[in-house]
Design a protein around this ligand. Structure first.
Ligand code: NDP
Length: 242
């Protein structure tokens, strides 16, 4: 028996990067996977490889998130696992960051995760089961230069996770968060070499993480292996800023 046999798992921002790696591992553990992404074609192509479905979804729009979870239910069964993973960066110092860059990042990460938590919770509560995994960031724990928008959003996800965990625990629904450190993806490979090297120097394990190393922790939180855990924030950082 695999860890997610016949469970329906929805991953936002699942067409690539950490989200895709999570979906890939979930599918290997028997889950029906549903990928939501801004790029609907990329989501469909990625999902096809995993025997799942891909849906165009902008997580900042509650109606898109509702439609994503409805598509999961129509094709497979009501959602058992939701991973709120979709993300963007719009880095700039306070001197240069525009209001629009602030709003965009808060909207995608914080409002997007809230949209997912709210809709999934309504479905999961009815069935007295479910696990929601929110992807925060180490940036939300310590604050990073040039990321007042992103750090605020990722810290906000921690508050959202804990408040929702308290509201939903007695309904059998668990809500946890992951704070990845430096993980090798398209998002981080866009970083200037100097910034990358600075970050590497801060990591006790002396290497960046791989997407599979976030996926395995997401699997732990999604599955019954973590059945007595809710409201937790797991740092997956190679020991950085422990
Ligand atoms: P990627 O950029 O590789 O993937 C992010 C995905 O989210 C993309 O497919 C993107 O689609 C999608 N997306 C963006 N905006 C939206 C939206 N409004 N609605 C739906 N989907 C959207 O990033 P990562 O895999 O690196 O990051 C995944 C998560 O992990 C993010 O939340 C990120 O903040 C977090 N994280 C990553 C770290 C790292 O080191 N990589 C460290 C800490 C946290 P498209 O490409 O079409 O825009």
């Amino acid at each position: 028996m695999s860890l997610l046999t016949d469970r329906t798992a929805v991953v936002t921002g699942g067409a690539q990067g950490i989200g895709y790696a999570i979906a890939e591992l979930f599918a290997a553990e028997g889950a029906h996977v549903v990928l939501g992404d801004l790029d609907g074609d990329a989501a469909a192509r990625a999902a096809e490889k995993l025997g799942g479905i891909g849906v165009r979804c902008d997580v900042t729009k509650a109606s898109d998130v509702d439609a994503l979870l409805a598509a999961a239910e129509d094709t497979f069964s009501p959602v058992d696992v939701l991973v709120n993973n979709a993300g963007i960066t719009r880095d700039a110092t306070l001197r240069t960051m525009t209001e629009d860059q602030f709003d965009q990042v808060i909207n995608v990460h914080l409002k997007g995760s809230w949209n997912g938590v709210r809709t999934a919770a309504a479905i999961m509560r009815e069935r007295s089961r479910g696990s929601i995994v929110n992807i925060s960031s180490l940036s939300g724990k310590v604050g990073m230069v040039g990321q007042t928008n992103y750090s605020a959003a990722k810290a906000g996800i921690v508050g959202l996770t804990k408040a929702a965990a308290k509201e939903l625990a007695h309904h059998g629904v668990r809500v946890n968060a992951i704070q990845p450190g430096l993980i090798r993806t398209a998002m981080t490979e866009a970083m200037p070499a100097k910034v990358w090297d600075q970050k590497m120097a801060e990591i006790p394990m002396r290497r960046a993480g791989e997407v599979g190393e976030i996926a395995s922790v997401a699997l732990f939180l999604a599955s019954d292996l973590s059945s007595y855990m809710t409201g937790t924030v797991l740092e997956v950082t190679g020991g950085r800023f422990m």
